[in-house]
Design a protein around this ligand. Structure first.
Ligand SMILES: CC(C)(COP(=O)(O)OP(=O)(O)OC[C@H]1O[C@@H](n2cnc3c(N)ncnc32)[C@H](O)[C@@H]1OP(=O)(O)O)[C@@H](O)C(=O)NCCC(=O)NCCSC(=O)CCCCCCCCCCCCCCC(=O)O
Ligand SMILES: Cc1cc2nc3c(=O)[nH]c(=O)nc-3n(C[C@H](O)[C@H](O)[C@H](O)COP(=O)(O)OP(=O)(O)OC[C@H]3O[C@@H](n4cnc5c(N)ncnc54)[C@H](O)[C@@H]3O)c2cc1C
Length: 563
């Protein structure tokens, strides 16, 4: 962003006092648009951005390619009433010449850290007139008489429905991140299985994947791929069912409740998946040593292309608050007000029906063999979410009792509470779905063994990041609990090590698509790398400046007299 937040907020405050100011997207600094209905001239809307700080930036494809934009803008009727954010279709360029339309200033924002195949753009509007029909009117409309009509009584609910369009992108990004995870892990595991370094004796060198440390760094991410791949596909199916409901104009409470649950799930699945991929890609880069840093091996590109998954369609840290809000609403409505329900349409909250029983549980496993099943982390996660939900609720209440406003109370309850709650909830949901799948009798026996191990490893490894809270709330007691979790993780890594390359072969794209010499399926890392290095442009040529530095090089001291 180009402007510091304080000056921006001050200006925004000032602008709010003006009747015809609008902003198009809450999350963006440069994003203030106004639409005003002009009834006197042909029932048109007039779109305006007051100044360059009101420019909307970052829009994908807008810089050079797109001819039309979907603009979210505050809708003002001639009586001066603002009806909130609404989507409008606005033609920004002439399709024949690709030149900007009158009143539209549009361009490209420049090179980014990654994803440079996409022309992210900026746009400003000056009295741009669009027909009344260009308002996408599913959540609110203007009658030919100029009256505002909406099926929503509560403006906040209308706003939520309007933002519902963002859930699809978040579900999509959850999957895109899993794909990045697959690419990076495929390269690193294939490389680690082929790369030999040191060994138990002078004569014998062993593949680096034989080292416990390398296994522990990579194999949990391999497990995460299978868990998150299954989870993200199941979430996509949930989303499709929701979309079908929308298309069929299903106005039931259940359909609305599915929308809220998808919103809560996708606002946390995007962070879980994009952050897992981000951490994994960095680990893979280092796990491939120096070759991981060579551009031709692709890990740098994967890292840069994955990175914005953490930001667009809502910054991860910001949208996680939507998930914790959902959970807190649930607890306030159904638990503390005495009403009871134990079901949510997609099942992610069903376990809350046993809230008090779950909270009374403690970790009971005593031997490693029992710990090697995903039911162990699953039970622990249920306790963890109930505990964090209770603690987050109490923390907010405590803040309010200290006289803090709702805004401050929520704000002061993010770190260690609501933020962790949202993450634990989505990890539990992902684990629950993968656990149910791997324990289903329809899964062929030959596959079930390895899938169950992957599921247990993903669960235990994810849980191990919450050990402090497990002790804090009394679920864990004594050092044996941690020892069991840790030794089980290492045992599962070691057991899965011999299957790792075969597992990667099932998820990796073709060599042509993966496009990484050290990640090729044949495992011939040195042959492939050597060949790619030699084919590099100018690899064996002298530098273009060779003459200046060798044959034409001035003699030492020869320039002294001329200075
Ligand atoms: C929601 C915000 C974070 C915060 O807003 P507020 O604080 O102002 O609002 P509230 O928290 O009070 O919310 C009001 C109310 O609304 C509910 N709500 C909000 N969002 C939704 C939703 N999505 N669904 C349902 N309900 C919703 C909320 O729960 C409240 O309800 P209650 O009052 O009952 O509690 C908001 O500021 C926000 O969302 N910010 C983020 C902005 C953002 O995401 N911008 C995106 C810009 S576009 C972008 O970044 C594009 C990048 C390119 C990405 C490329 C990826 C491609 C992916 C491929 C996808 C393929 C699949 C596609 C499928 C398809 O769509 O067809
Ligand atoms: C590659 C790319 C493509 C994009 N494409 C599009 C597009 O096509 N269309 C479009 O409209 N937008 C697009 N965007 C913009 C994107 O949606 C926003 O960047 C994103 O929603 C985050 O908003 P912001 O940049 O304003 O961040 P900010 O909201 O300014 O966040 C900055 C920092 O402040 C923190 N922060 C903000 N609010 C809070 C809070 N309440 N509590 C705690 N911390 C907070 C955030 O966590 C973050 O670390 C794109 C962005 C990128 C990087």
């Amino acid at each position: 962003c180009l402007f510091d937040k304080h000056s921006f907020h001050d200006k925004r405050k000032r602008r709010k006092e003006r009747t015809d100011f609008v902003k198009c997207n809450k999350e963006d600094e440069l994003s203030l648009f106004k639409t005003k209905l002009d009834l006197h001239v042909h029932y048109e809307f007039i779109i305006n951005s007051p100044d360059h700080e009101a420019a909307k930036i970052w829009i994908g494809n807008l810089g050079k390619t797109a001819t039309h934009a979907l603009v979210y803008a505050q809708l003002y009727t001639p009586d001066g009433v603002c009806h909130g954010l609404h989507p409008f279709i606005v033609q920004v360029k002439d399709p024949k010449t690709l030149l900007a339309m009158p009143g539209v200033m549009v361009g490209d924002i420049g090179k980014k850290l990654g994803q440079n195949g996409l022309d992210n753009g900026f746009v400003l509007f000056c009295d741009v007139r669009i027909p009344r029909e260009n308002l996408l009117n599913s959540t609110g409309d203007i009658t030919p008489e100029g009256l505002y009509v909406t099926p929503y009584k509560d403006p906040n609910k209308r706003f939520g429905a309007s933002l519902g369009a963002l859930s699809g992108g978040r579900v999509g990004i959850t999957r895109m991140s899993v794909i990045n995870l697959k690419l990076a892990i495929s390269i690193a595991i294939r490389y680690s299985a082929a790369r030999k370094q040191f060994g138990p004796s002078e004569e014998e060198e062993i593949p680096v994947l034989e080292y416990q440390l390398q296994q522990w760094r990579l194999i949990p991410y391999l497990a995460a791929i299978f868990a998150l791949d299954y989870f993200s596909k199941s979430l996509f199916i949930n989303f499709l069912e929701f979309q079908i409901g929308l298309m069929m104009k299903d106005n039931s409470d259940r359909q609305a409740e599915i929308g809220r649950e998808i919103h809560a799930l996708s606002c946390a699945s995007k962070p879980l998946s994009s952050w897992t991929a981000q951490q994994a890609v960095q680990e893979c880069r280092e796990a491939c040593g120096g070759h991981g840093y060579l551009t031709m091996n692709r890990i740098g590109d994967i890292r840069n292309d994955n990175d914005p998954n953490c930001t667009y369609e809502g910054d991860n840290n910001v949208i996680l608050q939507q998930t914790s809000n959902y959970l807190l609403t649930w607890i306030m409505l159904y638990l503390f007000s005495g009403k009871s329900t134990n079901e949510s349409p997609l099942g992610s909250l069903n376990f809350l029906g046993d809230f008090h029983t779950i909270l009374s549980k403690v970790f009971e496993v005593t031997v490693e063999d029992e710990c090697l099943d995903s039911s162990v982390p699953l039970l622990a996660y249920k306790w963890l979410v109930c505990y964090l939900l209770q603690e987050s609720y109490l923390k907010i209440q405590q803040e309010k009792q200290m006289g803090k406003s709702d805004f401050e109370a929520k704000n002061n309850s993010q770190v260690y509470y609501c933020h962790t709650l949202a993450i634990a909830y989505i990890e539990l949901t992902a684990l629950q779905r993968f656990h149910d799948f791997t324990h289903d009798s329809s899964v062929p026996h030959g596959l079930q063994t390895v899938l169950k191990k992957l599921c247990a490893l993903y669960g235990l490894w994810s849980l191990s990041k919450h050990i402090a809270v497990l002790y804090q709330g009394g679920y864990f007691c004594g050092k044996k609990c941690t020892e069991l979790i840790q030794s089980s993780i290492l045992t599962l890594c070691s057991q899965l090590k011999n299957d790792a390359v075969s597992l990667v072969d099932t998820i990796a794209p073709s060599d042509f698509i993966l496009n990484s010499p050290i990640g090729k399926g044949d495992g011939e890392i040195y042959k492939n790398l050597w060949s790619a290095i030699l084919q590099g442009k100018g690899a064996l040529e002298r530098p273009s400046w060779w003459m200046t530095f060798s044959s034409d090089k001035p003699l030492v001291g020869s320039l002294r007299g001329k200075l």
